[in-house]
Design a protein around this ligand. Structure first.
Ligand SMILES: NC(=O)c1ccc[n+]([C@@H]2O[C@H](COP(=O)([O-])OP(=O)(O)OC[C@H]3O[C@@H](n4cnc5c(N)ncnc54)[C@H](OP(=O)(O)O)[C@@H]3O)[C@@H](O)[C@H]2O)c1
Length: 426
């Protein structure tokens, strides 16, 4: 059985690795030293109000594609450069973009679709690889807001696996500094950066001590380093930084939820086991629509707090018990709930030859951690004040409900991810 917590020696080792990665990629003082053209505040104030040009990364994924649609729906947004890594499947970027699993897929021929410029290329430590230099210059001259959303969403990899992404983030930050009209850099972070929150503490909407972020998820550690890098550039250059520390993003409010995330793995595995796990703590997940709407609101918000960087939690302001989510699933799927430890015992008994039917084995250590420590390490208590203050979407969000859950299950049935049992109510 894998170990679920880190020893003191491991914690110290992780801290040292994180500090060294941050200081290698973004040493203190390095942003002011190599900043390009300073932000031209006079030019900014004289710009027409509709002159908002966004550079958004990772638009082929769930949140990125939903945010792309929400940005282009905003009348004030004139153009969105949608920057994505080079294809690994041989498909064109347009194909990848139109196939994204969202309620409103991208339509390049619609009036709002014509605001989008799809840009294919990789952000590396040395610059932008594969992006036409003229196009890059056009983006640099016009961009007003950069939203860095692309990230490897994998909860089981070690920190090393995120090194290239962090170096790429530095490149993007330098690009922002060198862009004359770029006033704001938004980083889509994660509540996983709070994976080691001491019991009884609610995560503040502020910079976090490194110790809160150290843990078994290299993903959460990498997000903390990204945050720290952005806080550093904000204090050294005055670039407006927004850290959108985002919680679990569920499916769209009316359906699509790309399978692959731990929840989808647990639900599929539950069909094979014949029961769902009973889990404690709260479910402060937001639907894809809420996460996307909030991200767009925060990016375009004119009000700002007094700190150099605005840290905002995109988590549900009115959580429901996590058990209620699984009960709703159970009601629709006709499955009972059993204790998480019995459920994990059954998962361990699953035959090797039938692993496809039990995909939750991929996140076994995560689930084991939840069994021992509760889900709080994954869904820590979060202060939720700045989000509702700055975002209409977050102020008006409804509690997660059976309509949402039914939509996700129906989508998974429609796409063949799960097969309903005869007693399902879907
Ligand atoms: N989903 C959640 O519950 C959740 C919670 C908190 C925070 N977030 C954050 O929200 C953001 C979007 O997540 P998502 O749920 O939309 O994930 P997703 O569907 O997996 O999309 C990830 C996006 O990032 C791109 N990407 C992945 N690895 C990359 C790499 N090494 N270099 C460049 N681009 C890369 C993907 O491109 P390809 O299409 O080429 O793979 C895709 O466009 C991420 O920053 C994530 O950390 C998500």
């Amino acid at each position: 059985m894998p170990s679920v917590s880190l020893s003191l020696a491991e914690l110290a080792q992780h801290r040292a690795t994180m500090e060294s990665m941050l200081n290698n990629i973004a040493p203190t003082g390095s942003f002011s030293a190599d900043a390009g053209s300073p932000i031209d505040s006079l030019a900014l104030t004289s710009m027409p109000p509709n002159h908002t040009v966004i550079l958004l990364t990772g638009t082929t994924g769930s949140l990125g594609s939903a945010a792309l649609q929400d940005f282009i729906d905003c009348p004030s947004v004139k153009r969105v450069y949608a920057l994505n890594r080079s294809s690994r499947s041989g498909k064109s970027l347009l194909e990848r973009q139109t196939e994204a699993p969202v309620s409103r897929p991208f339509d390049p021929t619609s009036p709002s679709g014509r605001k989008v410029v799809l840009v294919e290329g990789d952000i590396t430590a040395d610059g932008f690889s594969g992006v036409d230099p003229e196009l890059l210059e056009e983006i640099r001259e016009n961009v007003t807001h950069i939203v860095h959303n692309a990230w490897r969403v994998n909860l089981t990899l070690p920190l090393d696996a995120f090194g290239e992404l962090l170096k790429g983030m530095r490149t993007l930050i330098e690009f922002a500094i060198a862009a004359p009209f770029c006033s704001r850099f938004v980083f889509v972070s994660s509540i996983s950066a709070c994976q080691n929150m001491p019991v009884g503490i609610t995560a503040p909407e502020a910079a976090l001590p490194i110790d809160f972020a150290i843990g078994r998820m290299g993903y959460g550690e990498s997000k903390w380093i990204g945050e720290a890098m952005l806080l550093r550039v904000a204090s050294e250059t005055g670039l407006e930084a927004v850290i959108a520390r985002t919680g679990q993003v569920a499916g769209s409010k009316d359906g699509p939820w790309k399978p692959g995330d731990w929840v989808s793995l647990v639900v599929k595995t539950s069909m094979a086991i014949g029961s769902l796990p009973r889990m404690d703590d709260h479910c402060n997940w937001v639907t894809l629509d809420t996460a996307s709407g909030a991200l767009v609101d925060l990016t375009l918000a004119s009000a700002r707090g007094t700190a150099a960087a605005e840290v905002v939690h995109i988590v549900h302001p009115r959580p429901i018990p996590l058990e209620s989510f699984f009960e709703m699933c159970g009601n629709f799927l006709g499955l009972p709930l059993i204790s998480l430890s019995s459920w994990l015992d059954q998962l361990q008994l699953a035959p090797e030859s039938q692993r496809d039917a039990y995909p939750a084995y991929k996140v076994f250590p995560v689930l084991k951690f939840m069994e021992v420590f509760g889900t709080r390490g994954y869904f820590p208590g979060m202060v939720v004040e700045r989000g509702p203050a700055l975002s209409k979407t977050m102020r008006e969000v409804e509690a997660l409900n059976a309509v949402n859950v039914r939509g996700w299950l129906q989508y998974w049935i429609k796409t063949g991810w799960i097969q309903p049992k005869p007693r399902s109510q879907l």
